[in-house]
Design a protein around this ligand. Structure first.
Ligand code: F6P
Length: 528
């Protein structure tokens, strides 16, 4: 990065690089690396940072005017410069009263809430037992994550089924055994022209018509979109079309009417508790000075880890079945927001920006890719996400989740020397020559950094706070990198090309293209 303050960060990296991570982990001031926020704490004591690094990153935050940018975000000013818009997702959680655009959103949210009440009390003219939620990207990943996180597994309905893929097998799978008479089809698409969603919306309408007839089908449709005309043309009645504000980006939109299926299925109480937890995180991010501001400090750490230390990826390991979709959600949130070239390139080293975010449920990953985390040559910053009440009241199994998460973090940090491995083998009675040979394979370097995000519990408030934390962390990291986290120009090219290639496969002149693509088009044409 070309910032004057970045020189200091590089100097800190050089200083710390000479010591190993165990130096940072043997912290006298442990509490300074446990960062608190509403409903959770971020334990970064095992990360590759220390006070010097964080002081240097504070200087970067000052030079980038992070505090001023946070103020602008919460004042509803234009923070999405390339699209000339504010970003108002936080206001959906309730802290935007008095900002005209936010007040308008509250009025719309009330209409959506009234519809949710109506749908759950049989007011639509049929009992809603299933909501078929159709959307993709930000119109899908947040609702999916929150449905799995907060659904009451022990009550019957309504249930939500999600369809996102343009592959009709997805639609077929999700509608298998579904009774159209008790299904509400909810299409969520800000643009209402995303091809995958448009295709599934058409399939859903055909399915309803085939089961219920033309006259009744439309009664089972509802839509969430910024393009009401298109939703109307699809068949949704005016009072069943709920707007999406242009100032709320798809990946930040679960709090809006994009979460309508959740509002219906989870109920108003759970929904408002979810928003409340997020609103508490908003207040923390808005009002806490940077040196105690957890999302901002996590962002500073991220920029240090992924840019100064050039760790290319972050693996998110959810040690809670309910949070199993968190890695998928974060992939879009972080990579679509900050997977961009930093704007401040001229003259400077090209900054590495958003990490490759990947991951899975931690206990499953342990039996799969954790081998690479412990002994592989490609580094990942590891993020454990757990909750104190994990395990649904089963004390022993909940404890197993926590002990596994903590053990992985400890092992990544401590590693195992060859001599320690040899001793272990000798103690088990192995022949000394064999023990020596085998211990070489058992060596683990250690010194691999990790963060543990520990939620107080898996309540709606805590889950809301967690997602808001990640949103603010992503925003702050974007500011530190010199990126606009609210646009996504990089995804547009593929959409345009797919439209052209669809026509080419159907038989139109493919035009001038690279030979490899032309050959693939020819292959696809053999489908007939
Ligand atoms: O292609 C990316 C994207 O535009 C995302 O940013 C968005 O969340 C998703 O597609 C879905 O868009 P829409 O809600 O307009 O269907």
């Amino acid at each position: 990065m070309t910032l004057a303050s970045w020189k200091r960060v590089e100097a800190e990296y050089a200083r710390l690089g000479e010591k190993n991570l165990r130096y940072t982990a043997a912290r006298a001031n442990l509490e300074a690396f446990i960062w608190k926020a509403p409903h959770l704490e971020a334990d970064v004591a095992k990360q590759i940072i220390d006070e010097g690094v964080m002081d240097a990153m504070q200087a970067v935050a000052t030079e980038r005017n992070l505090s001023g940018r946070i103020k602008s975000l919460f004042a509803g000013e234009i923070v999405n410069a390339s699209e000339n818009r504010p970003a108002l997702h936080w206001a959906l959680r309730g802290n935007g009263k008095g900002i005209p655009a936010a007040d308008a959103m509250y009025r719309e949210a009330e209409k959506a809430a009234a519809f949710a009440r109506k749908a759950s009390s049989g007011g639509l003219g049929f009992p809603v037992k299933t909501i078929l939620h159709i959307g993709i990207g930000g119109s899908d990943l947040g609702p999916r994550l929150i449905w799995d996180a907060l659904r009451d597994y022990f009550s019957d309905d309504p249930q939500i089924r999600f369809v996102a893929n343009v592959d009709p097998e997805d639609f077929a799978e999700q509608t298998a055994g579904l009774d159209a008479k008790t299904t509400l089809v909810l299409v969520v698409s800000k643009s209402f022209k995303t091809p995958e969603t448009a295709s599934n919306a058409a399939l859903a309408r055909e399915w309803l018509v085939s089961k219920l007839g033309e006259a009744e089908a439309n009664n089972h449709l509802a839509a969430v979109s910024s393009a009401p005309d298109k939703a109307r043309a699809w068949g949704a009645a005016d009072d069943r079309i709920f707007p999406m504000d242009e100032a709320v980006g798809g990946r930040y939109s679960v709090w809006s009417s994009v979460g309508l299926s959740l509002q219906i299925a989870l109920g108003a109480d759970v929904w408002s508790r979810f928003l409340k937890g997020a609103a508490e995180m908003d207040v923390h991010f808005r009002d806490t000075p940077l040196d105690h501001n957890t999302p901002a400090r996590l962002a500073m750490m991220d920029v240090y880890v992924h840019t100064a230390a050039e760790v290319p990826s972050r693996v998110v390991l959810a040690y809670a079945h309910r949070l199993r979709r968190l890695p998928d959600f974060l992939q879009q949130l972080e990579m679509e927001s900050n997977g961009k070239n930093a704007a401040d390139r001229p003259g400077g080293r090209l900054s590495t920006t958003a990490p490759i975010v990947w991951g899975s449920v931690g206990t499953l990953g342990q039996h799969s890719f954790h081998q690479l985390l412990h002994q592989g040559t490609r580094e990942s910053s590891v993020e454990f996400v757990a909750a104190l009440d994990v395990g649904a009241g089963d004390k022993a199994r909940g404890r197993a989740l926590l002990s596994n998460a903590f053990a992985q973090a400890e092992g990544l940090l401590a590693g195992r020397s060859e001599s320690a491995a040899e001793k272990e083998l000798l103690a088990k009675g192995m022949d000394p020559a064999k023990a020596k040979a085998q211990s070489a394979h058992m060596h683990m370097s250690g010194d691999r950094g990790s963060t543990t995000l520990l939620l107080d519990d898996l309540s709606p408030e805590s889950v809301g706070a967690l997602i808001a934390l990640y949103e603010h962390r992503t925003f702050a990291a974007g500011i530190l990198w010199g990126i606009n986290p609210f646009d996504q120009w990089g995804v547009e090219l593929g959409k345009v090309l797919a439209e052209q290639l669809d026509k080419a496969i159907a038989g139109e002149d493919p035009g001038k293209r690279d030979p490899s693509t032309l050959r693939l088009v020819a292959r696809a044409r053999t489908r007939g």
